[in-house]
Write a protein that binds this ligand. Structure first.
Ligand SMILES: Cc1cc2nc3c(=O)[nH]c(=O)nc-3n(C[C@H](O)[C@H](O)[C@H](O)COP(=O)(O)OP(=O)(O)OC[C@H]3O[C@@H](n4cnc5c(N)ncnc54)[C@H](O)[C@@H]3O)c2cc1C
Length: 110
């Protein structure tokens, strides 16, 4: 696919999607391509998981924030584990946890 020109690739991909969803898919509001294989750290791997016993050792800590840093990704999702819907669920859940923590925090004095 990456041997095609950018325009040929875009057309080929959108025509393929249009085969499922109809001609409206030929004119997306946003079009974004990502070459997973060129990602520096994952190199295109589908997802990440612990080695044997890793969940037992680290599982209880994997969702614990470190100071103001919260962790959120599909590899930590209970539902939708390692899939896009898990990433969305985790994003929403983590955003809600951050808002709740901010609501509990004492108001800054001026
Ligand atoms: C080849 C392939 C095929 C797949 N097919 C499917 C499928 O058909 N269906 C499905 O449901 N799931 C599929 N998946 C899995 C799905 O893509 C992932 O589960 C999902 O994208 C994970 O979302 P995420 O938000 O947790 O992480 P990511 O999508 O990996 O997002 C993390 C982001 O953080 C950025 N980032 C990393 N480090 C830093 C940093 N230090 N500073 C700033 N930004 C940083 C990265 O660039 C990336 O944009 C596939 C995955 C691959 C690789």
């Amino acid at each position: 696919m990456f041997e095609l020109s950018a325009e040929e690739r875009r057309r080929s991909i959108l025509e393929s999607i249009a085969g499922f969803l109809g001609d409206k898919a030929l004119e997306p509001e946003v079009y974004y391509e990502s070459d997973w294989g060129s990602e520096e750290w994952t190199r295109g791997a589908y997802a990440a998981s612990y080695d044997l016993g890793g969940l037992h050792r680290y599982g209880k800590d994997q969702l614990a924030p470190v100071g103001p840093i919260y962790w959120s990704c599909s590899d930590l999702a209970a539902e939708g584990y390692q899939h896009v819907d898990g990433a969305v669920r985790m994003g929403r859940g983590t955003a809600a946890r951050i808002v709740a923590a901010a609501d509990r925090a004492p108001a800054a004095s001026s």
